[in-house]
Design a protein around this ligand. Structure first.
Ligand code: DAH
Length: 359
């Protein structure tokens, strides 16, 4: 009698060929390990255990097996499934760690990186020099005054004793303002009209400096700008002499330029002062021995000055028998470029930060 091994007495050998299972596993494992990202891994998972996979096919076969062997086959497949799931899980963890690391690298904040500090501005070199000049004169007891930039012909010329046929009054030199009014208005060509405003105020004595912007119809070049700055000085008191004027200039020049720079007065002419003088400083470039900057003379003209003309006093109701005074005026921009050895006035207004930040 044929004896069939009783399924109950000894466990039937597992129905699936172990080489085939090993082949399925190694094929899936190499695909899983090769997956470069999560999508590739999902594809590898589909091929390994998805509906159309060899693994799924084996599962279908399982159903057709005799119940006696089905259990062993089920265990084989579960075992394989467990190992494949492990491999998938391992790869998934590795990929997400990689992804996190690369995201961190992208978003990295390097706290050791040296950041450029925020750009900080500073006062323009002309403003700096203006403030220095104000300080020097305030130290000598002067007040700092201001006046309008649009003036009438009377303040800018007439009251300053500048005759009607004076060349400065021509439209070649002066910017006139089209005011639509009968009175001639213009952009002041110098700060001297503020002398008139100060005298009209009627508070004497006067010790004042007046910094401010002035306008002339000049084409910009190395020594001219159509808009520039002047500093006017006016002193009116009892018994003021030309010696006081000279002493004042001799005090402020070294305060601005340093002790080695000397100053001198030369006779000059201005309608609103009498006598008038031009004041010059020894050339800071060649120390007075003569160079291109000072045209070989050793001296550079800085401004004009003189004793206040009696006609100016009379225009403003100040008694020239009781009061006397001196005035001076010079260009702040020219003084600034001399101070700093700058070759061309236009550099001051070109707004090149690389130039401006040097001062
Ligand atoms: N206002 C004159 C100018 O612009 C400069 C000047 C000369 C001012 C003599 C003065 C002075 O106060 O006394 O050229």
């Amino acid at each position: 009698m044929a004896t069939e091994p009783s399924p109950t007495t000894s466990a039937p050998s597992p129905p699936f060929d172990s080489t085939e299972l090993a082949e399925i596993e190694s094929e899936a494992a190499s695909r899983i390990d090769a997956a470069a990202d999560i999508e590739a891994l999902e594809e590898a998972e589909r091929l390994a255990v998805g509906k159309r996979s060899r693994f799924a096919l084996l599962y279908q076969q399982l159903r057709s097996f005799d119940p006696a062997v089905r259990k062993g086959g089920g265990q084989q497949l579960q075992e394989l499934r467990r190992r494949l799931d492990e491999a998938l899980e391992r790869r998934r963890a590795a990929l997400s760690a990689e992804e996190r690391a690369s995201r961190l690298l992208e978003d990295r904040l390097d706290l050791t990186e040296v950041m450029s500090s925020p750009l900080q501005g500073h006062l323009h070199v002309v403003t700096q020099v203006r403030e220095e000049l104000e300080d020097v004169f305030v130290g000598m007891g002067y007040e700092v005054a201001e006046g309008p930039e649009i003036e009438s012909d009377w303040y800018n010329f007439e009251a300053l004793n500048i005759p009607p046929d004076h060349p400065a009054r021509s439209s070649v030199d002066t910017f006139f303002v089209d005011s639509g009014q009968a009175e001639t208005l213009l952009l002041r060509t110098h700060t001297s009209p503020v002398q008139i405003h100060l005298l009209e105020r009627g508070r004497l004595p006067i010790y004042a400096v007046v910094p401010g912007r002035v306008y002339r119809r000049d084409t910009p070049d190395a020594t001219h700008l159509p808009v520039f700055h002047q500093l006017e000085g006016l002193v009116v008191d009892r018994g003021v002499s030309f010696g006081d004027l000279a002493g004042t200039i001799e005090t402020f020049v070294p305060a601005i330029f340093g002790a080695s720079v000397r100053s001198r007065l030369r006779p000059g002419y201005f309608p609103f002062t009498e006598p008038s003088a031009e004041f010059e400083i020894s050339c800071a470039i060649c120390d007075g021995s003569g160079c291109r900057t000072c045209s070989g003379t050793g001296w550079i003209e800085l401004g004009g000055c003189g004793m206040v003309h009696p006609a100016v006093f009379e225009q403003t109701g100040v008694d020239p028998e009781e009061w006397s005074g001196f005035a001076f005026g010079f260009g702040i921009d020219r003084l600034a470029i001399m101070r700093h050895g700058i070759a061309d006035l236009r550099l001051l207004v070109e707004n090149d930060v690389r130039f401006l930040e040097q001062f």
